[in-house]
Design a protein around this ligand. Structure first.
Ligand code: DGY
Length: 319
């Protein structure tokens, strides 16, 4: 019987049907991740590896798994996997695009609104007993309605965020490797060079995948181009922003605020300098975290694994 190894405890209703056809082994915990060494040992006989986005699946790990046919990642992002190493060995890599688009766009907008209107800071103040009176300029933020949004990375999620922005009467600028002429014509989105987008946007939203080209895309120079009243929202991957440069820009009032669902190191260390700033709204990487969407993502992984192990074609192949 072919073996499937799952690196995190997943719901039985998703996993059990696979047990009828395959020998399924699953890590015991939903919360505690496997270490790299544990993963290497536990997965050694696996024909299929079902990973989460925090698992490092590098060349060394891939080359240590002689039977491996498929790696299926519970995320649309796959920067945790050495896709080239997998491809060289004929291993299929799959991810979960599409099903999480609207859910992630909802969260992006929630974080944008929360950052603009200082929602988490206001709640913290209230709970800490700091609400002494209604104050004319207390906790005042930035208007979202009618503002300019600049989306960097206009894939499916970018377009879904842009559609939401239209509902807030926002001017939508975007920067992407390829132009989206249809969306420009249909919705009036404007393509801009990166520097122009940074200079003209009130809210800059990062939605590009983390690749060698996008690592550190937003650094001191780019933050310096932004308006002093602008906020940057990152729901993509932490490595896209230089976090030290972001801290410096926020503490020297070069930009107004940041909303972060992702960090270079996750979970973000509790002594991270960005966590000390009131004008940073933070979330623990929950972009796709709705019940319906997470179940749909897992179902997609299960179907991809089953297909590859049975020698069938599968959609959502990264390679
Ligand atoms: C993904 O799927 O890549 C997201 O980051 C998950 O929230």
């Amino acid at each position: 019987m072919q073996k499937i190894f799952i690196t995190r405890k997943l719901p039985n209703e998703i996993v059990d049907p696979l047990k009828e056809k395959f020998d399924v082994k699953m890590w015991h915990s939903e919360e505690i991740p496997m270490t790299y060494e544990e993963l290497k040992t536990e997965a050694k006989d696996a024909h299929a590896l079902w990973t989460v986005l925090s698992d490092k699946v590098d060349r060394e790990l891939i080359e240590s798994l002689p039977h491996l046919k498929v790696i299926s990642n519970l995320a649309v992002g796959h920067n945790n996997i050495d896709v080239e190493a997998a491809k060289e060995r004929g291993i299929v890599v799959t991810n979960t695009p599409g099903v999480l688009t609207e859910t992630t766009a909802d969260l992006t907008f929630a974080l944008l609104l929360a950052t603009a209107r200082r929602v988490t800071e206001a709640e913290r103040d209230l709970r800490d007993g700091k609400w002494k009176s209604w104050t004319p300029m207390g906790l005042t933020g930035m208007d979202v309605f009618g503002a300019t949004i600049g989306i960097i990375g206009m894939g499916r999620i970018g377009e879904a965020v842009a559609r939401r922005a239209k509902g807030f009467d926002m001017k939508v600028l975007y920067h992407n490797r390829t132009r989206k002429i249809e969306a420009e014509e249909e919705f009036g989105f404007s393509y801009e060079e990166l520097d122009t987008l940074l200079q003209e946007s009130d809210f800059i939203v990062l939605l590009t995948p983390l690749t060698p080209e996008t690592k550190g895309l937003i650094g001191e120079r780019e933050l310096g181009l932004m308006k002093e009243t602008a906020a940057i929202i990152n729901v993509a991957r932490g490595g896209i922003i230089d976090e030290q440069a972001l801290y410096d820009a926020l503490t020297t009032n070069k930009i107004w605020a940041a909303g972060l669902d992702v960090f270079e190191v996750e979970p973000v260390p509790m002594d991270h300098s960005l966590l000390t700033l009131p004008n940073v709204t933070v979330l623990p990487h929950i972009g796709s975290a709705s019940i319906h969407t997470r179940m749909a993502m897992m179902q997609m992984n299960a179907e991809a694994i089953e297909a590859v192990l049975e020698g069938k074609e599968t959609e959502n192949r990264v390679v």
